[in-house]
Design a protein around this ligand. Sequence first.
Ligand SMILES: [Fe+2]
Length: 430
Amino acid sequence: MAVFDFNSGKLRDFVPVELRSLPLDVRLECGVFNKKSASADEKDDYSLLCEDQTITQTLLDRLGRTLFPETKVHIDRQYVIGSLFAHGHFLGFSQQEVLSIRNGESFWIDTSSRAEISPAAPVAVAAPKPEPEPAEKPEPKAALKTAKTYSEIVKEYEDTKVIVDQLIKDVAKEGKVDKEQGTAIAEDIQQQINSADTTLIFQTMNRVRNEDEYLLTHSLNVAFLNGLIGKLMKLSPTKQFELVEVGMLHDVGKLKIDPAILNKPGKLTKEEFDEIKKHPALSLEVLLKSGIRNQSVLEGVVQHHEKVNGTGYPKNLDAHEICEFARITAISDIYDAMVAKRVYKEACSPFVILNEFGKGGYSELDIKYVNIFIECMIEELKGKEVIMSDGREATVLLVRPRQLLYPIVEIEGKAITTDEELYCVNIKVS
Ligand SMILES: [Fe+2]
């Protein structure tokens, strides 16, 4: 296959086959990136890269098939993007063909566009090789990770909801939780999270919910969300378990607040809002009364409304004073509120939620954790089967960091960039 060499301005042979089996040490050069004249988007893309730095990438073709896994790419001084050389062989792709060069992120090479370059005068640099067999399309992650069906996941979720409902009723009656029961529920949730496909659990929480059960559903969802974020961040099982506990119990203090204020439909007065603001401390009281002494859990609960911009409550903590669990719980809290708001009016796909986070505007959240969450979800969504707005089924090839709402999908063998006309309605469930 002939490709255009931006260095020499000539066509050259593309030699992917033998390179696939080699440990690649790739030099990336050509196409000077001028830091001064770069657009904001470019600066954003390149901000993670330093001169003379080697980064690891996975190169995909347009259909999302891996061409070169874990490729080491060296960024030369002054040069950022352009042609790839490996062991003296030219790989070659143009700036237009490269979607992203963020460190560690997969990017794809639009091999289809090469076919349009007429090989009128190819310059061979390697002996002609037979065309490579197309790589196997990656199995959908769901199939690799678990055999649990969506309806089984929903059933487990609903069963857990019944037990959490009892736990909340106990708090309302006795002002404390049964510590052993709380532990058992958190372990059960953790087990569900780790034995099922992540995106299907997100899907489970994105269903229509009963408005009368706000505290119950919210507590359960934040428990799941905290655990899922812990899983995506590859936190230790202990931390993941503690995060689930924080999520499950963070709002139980609301049971001690006048329901008339809690459920007031209109705007709250300052006095009423001051009452609401007491709930993190009231949750802490419940935990202490229940004999829970785990400092990380207690801190996560009492700080879950503190904000990294210093405007949170109850203590207006500065960013550095807020614990990791509270920062993560704040993300789960907003995620669940976002879903609850949207779920009544439109399909709540993970792309919609991710896009909300990606747009920013949450100065109260720790951007580092938000970005980790987005990056992990992008990775999770790759290879997922989705239902499109025209009813067809598709497979997610790539979720682009700056176009979270509109992933690139494969429909009937063709790679298609989704948009407001043809978009992903939701993940396909069995
Ligand atoms: Fe809260």
